[in-house]
Design a protein around this ligand. Structure first.
Ligand code: OGA
Ligand code: NI
Length: 342
């Protein structure tokens, strides 16, 4: 089984894509909306704004989670040099020989490091135009040995992402009318939290309109924090349309994952998104899935249910079981959540 990068490079000038990559539904049929940009959150106001600025940005954060499930984050505290180094090291990793990378190939969900292609080649009917490196980086840190220096950059980058996610989780907790620390306390988010680094590589494709980089799906964690090397490709489902995410340079795009939907009893919905590819340049996206500890049973927040006088709309499930559920099925929109909906 070739990964996409080797497929593209081994054929010299690849004119057309192999048939097992041709996506049955033509994604050009979908309605693309360019009108509405996703909301922007100024992180500096959350951490060092005046009381008034902070309450305004928390309100905005709440609206973004309720109406979009997606927002961009500007003025964050992750240095540009660190972001650039992370992208450079990623390029070097994917440039290693296939033999070097194969050391991490074909492993299981909870193996510390997994390199692969598509989503899960065991269950995918059509292959996706994407290679990946997935690393469980917290609470135990792991990293590939090569290229030299990757491990250090990766550790620092993931730590900074956790700090960002933690501040956002406080704001989101407050935006639900809960105490700032309620979400993190209830789900035991902290030193044992799980964090998964997911690096996606989308090589240029001779027929970008017939393949899919990543099919429509929602993310399993609480919050995903993602950056990209340049070219766009991420699209978000909003009011029945696909909205392309135009990410300003130096910003992150953050989205609500399935655990947040469960915790908020559906007030904040995880939103379906996908990645399309282009014909010109390699696109790299680097995401961290920030969740609770794997053994935390995630269920709707008791205080929210009491306050709203509602029944729980989801049954409790450990984060670990939830991840296993998602990995064992084909990626199909938000279908995984139907297993826990009451
Ligand atoms: C993901 C994802 C989008 C992108 O890794 O879960 O949705 O733009 N990635 O690569
Ligand atoms: Ni995703």
């Amino acid at each position: 089984m070739y990964c996409v990068k080797e497929l593209v490079e081994s054929r010299g000038c690849l004119q057309s894509v192999p048939s097992n990559y041709v996506f049955p539904e033509n994604h050009d049929d979908c309605i693309i909306s360019e009108e509405e940009p996703i909301p922007t959150i100024d992180y500096s106001l959350l951490t060092s704004g005046s009381l008034e600025q902070r309450s305004k940005v928390i309100h905005k954060l709440g609206n973004a989670c309720r109406e979009w499930g997606f927002f961009t984050v500007i003025n964050h505290e992750v240095p540009k040099t660190l972001r650039d180094e992370m992208i450079k090291a990623t390029e070097k990793f994917f440039d290693l020989s296939e033999e070097d990378k194969r050391e991490y190939a074909g492993k299981k969900l909870f193996d510390p490091i997994r390199w692969g292609t598509s989503f899960n080649v065991k269950v995918d009917k059509t292959f996706f135009w994407r290679d990946y490196l997935k690393v469980h980086v917290h609470p135990q840190f792991n990293a590939p040995k090569n290229p030299p220096g990757f491990s250090e950059v990766q550790e620092e980058y993931c730590k900074k992402n956790r700090e960002l996610a933690s501040e956002l989780l406080k704001g989101i907790s407050a935006s639900l009318g809960l105490e700032e620390s309620y979400l993190q306390k209830t789900l035991n988010v902290g030193s044992n939290s799980h964090q998964l680094l997911v690096i996606n590589l989308y090589p240029p494709c001779p027929q970008p309109e017939v393949v899919m980089g990543l099919p429509p799906h929602s993310d399993h964690g609480l919050l995903t924090v993602l950056m990209q090397n340049g070219p766009g490709g991420l699209q978000v489902q909003h009011n029945g349309k696909w909205v392309p995410v135009n990410l300003p340079p130096d910003s992150f795009v953050v989205n609500v994952g399935d655990q947040m939907e469960i915790f908020s009893n559906g007030m904040y919905k995880s939103v379906v998104h996908r990645a399309v590819v282009n014909g010109k340049a390699t696109r790299i996206s680097i995401g961290t899935g920030n969740g609770p500890p794997l053994d935390t049973v995630v269920s709707p927040a008791p205080e929210l249910l009491d306050r709203e006088n509602r029944h729980a709309g989801y049954r409790g499930i450990t984060y670990k079981q939830y991840m296993e559920l998602q990995q064992s099925n084909r990626l199909d929109g938000k279908s995984c959540l139907t297993h826990v909906r009451i």
